[in-house]
Write a protein that binds this ligand. Structure first.
Ligand code: NAP
Length: 300
């Protein structure tokens, strides 16, 4: 029996592990992939207090090591179900079942697909969801980024240093991401904004060769690109836990600022929770709150 099982080793889950261990609770972190969550794809974090610049990978590694040094146990297994037994919870993975007094769901989110024909087939052959992972394959080539949030803006900025030409395709004429990053992109000679436009077709032989883009007036044009970086947002990873948490219409877990869900002993922290601001700093804050509430719940 573990005191607290944390599902997800992103910034929220790792911070929860640090807080729970400092409250002397035993902690098991279950992570489906590798530690760090989506922040490992961010090349340069500039808006987290203390460091003016740190890569997402370095940030995640530091927090992971901090949690491990404090005594959190990690198992790299995907949690597929939580069973509520009243005073205890059972977390199920394909490799086994784990009992805890409290569970914190910090699963974050996964990439949203563009939904254009052949998108899946071309992943690894021109289509990518991670500029920092795959950008180097497109040195001196022409690429496009699609999306208007911070991820798309930062990806475009990152790729502008590598690729010869970057198109930034966005379906509206104003961006959801930070104005400061938009300004930096506007200063880059090799970045072209393609606004009020959607990618409507992917042209490929063995690899992506061009994308068809249609604007709001219905005009279509073809952009010759060898890479298309899709950054159109994320989908919360809560579906496996719908029996113990309430989900809103978009799939986010309903929980107030105290991170408590409808099931006593089940907490939710990070980007998969209903909230207005999804940032690294709000994810780590959630981790602290969820762990503190879980400790209170266990000690009550
Ligand atoms: P996001 O903010 O949800 O933006 C998604 C973008 O994709 C929006 O501009 C949206 O357009 C567009 N979009 C959605 N579906 C589309 C579709 N089917 N076709 C074309 N465009 C589509 O997602 P994100 O950029 O991944 O960011 C997620 C969260 O992480 C945000 O809160 C963001 O601020 C945060 N983040 C922070 C940092 C940082 O702090 N350094 C870095 C990266 C991300 P509309 O605008 O028209 O809806």
């Amino acid at each position: 029996m573990t005191d607290i099982i944390i599902i997800g080793a992103g910034p929220a889950g790792l911070t929860a592990a640090i807080y729970a261990r400092r409250a002397a609770k035993s902690v098991l972190v279950l992570e489906a992939m590798s530690y760090g969550g989506q922040i490992i794809n961010t090349p340069d974090i500039e808006n987290y207090p203390v460091a003016a610049h740190i890569s997402g990978f370095d940030f995640a590694t530091k927090v992971y090591n901090q949690a491990k040094e404090l005594g959190a146990t990690f198992k790299f297994q995907r949690a597929v179900e939580i069973r509520d037994n009243g005073d205890t919870k059972t977390v199920v993975t394909p490799k086994g079942e784990y009992e805890a007094r409290a569970v914190i769901i910090a699963t974050g989110s996964e990439n949203r697909k563009l939904g254009v024909e052949n998108e899946d087939k071309l992943v690894g052959r021109g289509i990518s969801y991670c500029a920092t992972c795959d950008g180097a394959f497109f040195r001196n080539k022409t690429v496009a980024v699609v999306g208007g949030g911070n991820t798309a803006l930062e990806d475009a900025l990152y790729l502008a240093d590598i690729a010869q030409q970057v198109y930034l395709i966005h379906r509206r004429d104003s961006f959801r991401g930070e104005e400061a990053t938009v300004s930096r992109l506007q200063e880059r000679e090799n970045v072209t904004f393609v606004l009020n436009s959607q990618v409507t077709k992917l042209n490929a032989d063995k690899k992506l060769e061009s994308v068809e883009v249609t604007d709001k007036a219905g005009n279509t044009r073809t952009l010759a690109v060898s890479g298309l970086f899709v950054a159109v947002g994320r989908i919360p990873e809560n579906q496996n836990f719908a029996s113990v948490i309430e989900l809103d219409g978009a799939g986010y877990a309903v929980a107030a600022e105290n991170c408590r869900t409808k099931t006593p002993g089940v907490f939710v922290a990070g980007d998969n929770r209903v909230k207005d601001v999804r940032q690294l700093v709000t994810a780590t804050a959630d981790g602290a709150v969820a762990a503190t509430e879980a400790v209170k719940y266990i000690n009550a």
